[in-house]
Design a protein around this ligand. Structure first.
Ligand code: NAP
Length: 240
């Protein structure tokens, strides 16, 4: 049995690219998503064609019981080497207009989602004295963006969690880092692309999911064996 990577929110976008990239690096994949079964099935067959196994594990990362019920039996058999906390979405609106649900659902998916899945896996990784956890944060969590107080709060919180957990787990050789993507072309951003955004990016273009996946693949590789507690930006220079 080779190394396993669990990626949350991997039915599309950045998570999909990470799953395919890590499969290319010979990881077997536990592929989480919430609702898009047909997209997940398609990725599963792409991964299997690459010669790796892919176990579909649909659950809502906000649902502690669903996380427990799905992962407990799997963890009796195997422990993933890598966990990528990627599931998420934005609910952009000005703070004065923000509904309670816009606030709580965004914090829930990014922060409680991170908590439920990582809390389940980290003790197993500690016992094995090896592992990599990569949290997908955002430039928004580093700079603050108007209209995204909820999302910026969640993504900045994930950076704090990354650093604290990195310090807790370092002696057990479990390395914890964050990747902070800038403006990446996915379904989350398709309605946002405009010349104003592009003008603000020194590289004058949006990023591709595969460019974020490249950084995650590096952090999950033997080449990143002395890197922990870091936030690595993949943002075309928009925040330095
Ligand atoms: P996306 O294309 O909309 O994909 C989101 C993925 O998350 C889907 O697979 C979706 O599953 C899954 N998901 C959503 N809620 C979930 C839940 N409660 N439980 C489990 N899975 C859930 O988004 P993306 O742009 O790739 O974003 C991926 C991550 O990167 C997010 O954390 C996002 O905040 C972050 N990010 C994105 C950008 C960007 O520019 N795109 C920049 C910085 C950071 P289903 O579709 O199956 O329901």
């Amino acid at each position: 049995m080779g190394k396993i990577a669990l990626i949350t929110g991997a039915s599309k976008g950045i998570g999909r690219a990470i799953a395919l990239g890590l499969a290319g690096d010979k990881f077997d994949i536990w592929l989480n998503y919430k609702s898009d079964h047909s997209a997940a099935e398609k990725i599963k067959s792409e991964i299997e064609q690459m010669g790796q196994s892919c176990t579909l594990i649909p659950f809502d990362v906000c649902d502690a019981q669903a996380v427990e019920d799905t992962l407990s039996p799997l963890l009796e058999e195997n422990v993933p080497y890598a966990l990528i906390n990627n599931a998420g979405f934005a609910r952009d609106t000005l703070f004065g207009l923000m509904a309670n649900d816009d606030w709580s659902q965004v914090l829930d998916v990014h922060l409680n989602g991170f908590y439920h899945v990582t809390r389940k896996l980290a003790p197993h990784m500690q016992r094995q004295r090896k592992g990599r956890i990569v949290n997908i944060s955002s430039t928004s969590g580093q700079t603050g963006v108007p209209g995204q107080v909820n999302y910026c709060t969640a993504k900045a919180g994930l950076i704090g969690a990354t650093k604290a957990l990195a310090k807790e787990l370092a002696k057990r050789n479990v390395l914890v880092n964050a990747v902070a993507p800038g403006f990446i072309e996915t379904s989350m951003t398709e309605h946002l692309i405009s010349d104003d955004y592009l003008k603000a990016i020194p590289m004058a273009r949006t990023g591709k999911s595969e460019e974020v996946a490249g950084c995650v693949r590096f952090l999950c590789s033997d080449m990143a064996s002395y890197i922990t507690g870091q936030v690595i930006a993949v943002n075309g220079g928009i925040y330095m």
